[in-house]
Write a protein that binds this ligand. Structure first.
Ligand code: GLA
Length: 690
């Protein structure tokens, strides 16, 4: 964004308000320290009331007024919510579900990403906006569309099918290559003409996994085409104005690594549930992900709720202090701005009961006081602007891996990689560490620890990167369900993990799931040994929810195995066994192994199960120690993050906490502290500048 302060503000939807309210809004924005608002996100119906007739005067006057009030404008391209006339006059722009239902206007995001008519209409609208505003002095950024794929990311229609075929032709080059890639030699699926290639619609049973994985990438790429179409128009009009589109955390349907290359800065929308004590953790996860998507550069928190949302079954409020505390945690992890949805709470429509920075009750409400309070804290934190953070730990993340694993029919239903990323990040968060995310094929040699949660699809290039990282001294932790398929999406033969057996020293011969809910049609009766003379004598350990772990002497190892156990082949005699399975048919077999790197201090750790939180924590403590990383060792509920010259002290608890050895200048009061004790009030962030 083109501003020299931390951004603070929110979505501003003034179409809902009269002139006097807008005038009052400008005063209130100044009172709250607002520096930027996002305007026009849902304005298409007002900007183009009928096809080809544009009314931009009202927006021009609003942008002028904001500018006069010293507030920057993140101007949206308004393409996220087509007006009713578009769907009525051009039904081909409406998306069709897999079941064949048309999604009509009356909500939002009702567009078919493949529709050429839709593309022509947004191009014309965006060009018109660019002509009018590209050189307006208030403009600090362009906000393309809004939350792509939040509601709709696909359409099952002939136009999309045609684009899917063209996409596959570009990827495979020939039908023979496609047949090979998809493994159509099985189940008589051999395709003999391109016209036989169809979208993965409704099928009698499992669709082809290769087709489904490709389709997921195609959908992400198709929406990216819409983004690029708009971006090119905007950059042509004025290349100096940065563009963004707001991401949605770890959204499964868009390959954000690919998208991130096509925005000038990363922005994100984040809505953790305040009813869940894991809310702060979840915010931290998204902040770390966004910073990583931007290659370590600052990002903007484009949306969050000033207080409660309206779309959960029951919508918890943020507790007093949490709004600022969580926002500042996001700044600590790399945000250069905090924006909310939305500035003024709506008085009608679908989001009437979603909080706004200006609540229905006005400035008497707690929300408003907290909004003003955060504005002040952000003003005081100016020194953080542009500061980068260096993480020692990276978690490997790849959307193609998610899609390949989800498209696979077995070996397990769970989204292991997605969940593994959250679990391992949580373990790092709880110990007070910031982590980066990285693509498995990126250069990893700067990291001291690399965690690879369930990288089911392990490419040759990723194997090379991991090898380089261990050679450079990194501790690499690979977890179960990694290395099952190759670049082509085909099963790895000769033992899973084979491509990285040199750094781990082990391969997976078989995986035995447990926590299995037995599939026994027609019987719920408990077995009675006196009657069920055969069945009651059969032991079925697969149903056990957990399996204990032991050390080499058979003593309990802290933590349990969940979901499955690999039967490992140990190929290298230097492999050290860290823990073994206690129960199951694999009792005594290795559950966690470590192979020291040939040179330097690196090592390859393998976790042959899904560890519970205690198990992850135990292992992490050991690996952090091996990597020489100093642990923060802070009181429970307190975290500390340094960004640029500012140290963020966060107290998430309900009690004041005393911390010691704090030196520097308090950003809020200006007071100088020298090795003093500092009291962190309950649910508060205190910022100290060097
Ligand atoms: C999304 C949208 C916003 C708003 C919020 C409400 O993030 O982008 O327009 O609907 O949800 O939480």
């Amino acid at each position: 964004m083109l501003i020299d302060r931390l951004a603070y503000g929110g979505d501003y939807n003034p179409e809902q308000w009269d002139d006097a309210t807008i005038e009052r809004d400008l005063e209130l924005m100044q009172e709250a320290g607002v520096t930027v608002v996002s305007v026009g996100i849902f304005s298409w119906a007002f900007l183009e009331p009928e096809p080809g007739r544009y009314e931009l005067g009202w927006l021009r006057s609003l942008v002028d007024r904001l500018h006069a009030a010293g507030i920057g404008v993140d101007l949206a391209t308004a393409t996220a919510s087509p007006p009713p006339w578009l769907g009525r006059q051009y039904p081909e722009t409406l998306p069709i579900t897999r079941e064949g239902h048309v999604l009509r206007w009356g909500s939002r995001q009702a567009y078919n990403p493949s529709s050429q008519v839709f593309r022509d209409k947004i191009a014309a609208l965006v060009q018109t906006l660019a002509n009018e505003f590209a050189h307006h002095p208030a403009l600090v950024a362009w906000h393309i569309n809004n939350e792509y794929a939040c509601h709709v990311h696909e359409s099952f229609d002939a136009e999309t099918e045609g684009r899917f075929r063209a996409w596959l032709q570009a990827k495979y080059g020939s039908l023979a290559a496609l047949n090979d890639g998809w493994g159509t030699a099985f189940w008589s699926q051999r395709l003999s003409a391109w016209d036989e290639v169809i979208l993965p619609g409704l099928t009698p049973t499992y669709p082809n996994p290769g087709q489904v994985a490709d389709y997921r990438q195609f959908c992400s790429d198709t929406l990216l085409e819409l983004h690029l179409l708009e971006k090119e128009i905007l950059h042509r009009a004025n290349p100096d104005i940065p563009v963004t589109t707001n991401f949605l955390g770890l959204l499964e349907s868009l390959d954000y690594w690919k998208w991130a290359k096509h925005v000038d800065f990363i922005s994100n929308d984040s809505y953790p549930d305040p009813a869940d004590p894991r809310g702060a953790r979840s915010y931290a996860f998204e902040a770390d992900l966004m910073r990583s998507l931007g290659g370590g550069k600052p990002f903007i928190q484009m949306e969050q709720a000033p207080n409660q949302v309206q779309w959960r079954e029951r919508n918890a409020v943020k507790r007093p202090g949490q709004y600022a505390l969580w926002s500042l945690q996001t700044v600590a992890r790399g945000a250069d701005g905090i924006l909310n949805f939305q500035w003024r709470q709506s008085k009608a429509g679908a989001e009437t009961w979603h909080s706004g920075m200006v609540p229905h009750a006005g400035s008497e409400a707690r929300t408003w006081r907290e909004v003003v309070g955060l504005g002040r804290q952000l003003t005081g934190a100016a020194a953080v602007l542009g500061g980068e953070i260096k993480a020692d730990v990276a978690l490997l993340l790849d959307w193609q891996n998610f899609w390949a694993q989800e498209a696979a029919v077995g070996p397990v239903e769970e989204k292991t990689a997605l969940r593994g990323l959250r679990d391992w990040h949580a373990s790092l968060f709880e110990r007070g560490h910031v982590a980066d995310f990285a693509h498995p094929e990126a250069d990893l040699t700067g990291y001291r620890i690399i965690i690879v949660p369930s990288l089911f699809r392990l490419t040759e290039a990723a194997a090379t990167r991991l090898r380089e990282a261990v050679a450079a001294g990194a501790q690499v932790i690979v977890t179960f369900l990694s290395g099952w398929i190759d670049d082509a999406g085909h099963a790895v033969l000769g033992g899973y993990l084979r491509p990285i057996r040199d750094i781990l020293g082990v391969r997976v011969l078989e995986m035995a799931p447990f926590s299995v809910v037995p599939y026994l049609p027609g019987t719920g009766e408990v077995l009675d040994p006196e009657i069920d003379r055969v069945s009651a004598a059969i032991v079925a350990p697969a149903a056990a929810p957990l399996v204990d772990l032991v050390d080499d002497f058979g003593a309990p190892w802290p933590g349990n195995a969940r979901e499955g156990a690999d039967d490992l082949a140990v190929d290298d005699e230097r492999v050290q066994v860290v823990a073994r399975f206690g129960g199951t048919d694999l009792a005594g077999r290795p559950a966690i192994t470590m192979l020291p790197g040939a040179r330097g201090s690196g090592a390859g750790w393998y976790v042959a199960t899904n560890l519970d939180s205690r198990g992850r924590d135990t292992l992490l403590a050991r690996v952090l120690d091996s990597a020489g990383i100093v642990e923060p060792g802070l009181p429970a509920g307190v975290s500390r993050t340094k960004r640029g010259p500012v140290t963020f002290w966060l107290n998430h608890t309900d009690e004041p906490v005393i911390v010691r050895g704090v030196t520097g200048r308090r950003c809020d009061t200006g007071e100088s502290l020298a090795a003093a004790e500092m009291v962190l009030p309950a649910r508060t962030a205190v910022l100290i500048e060097d």
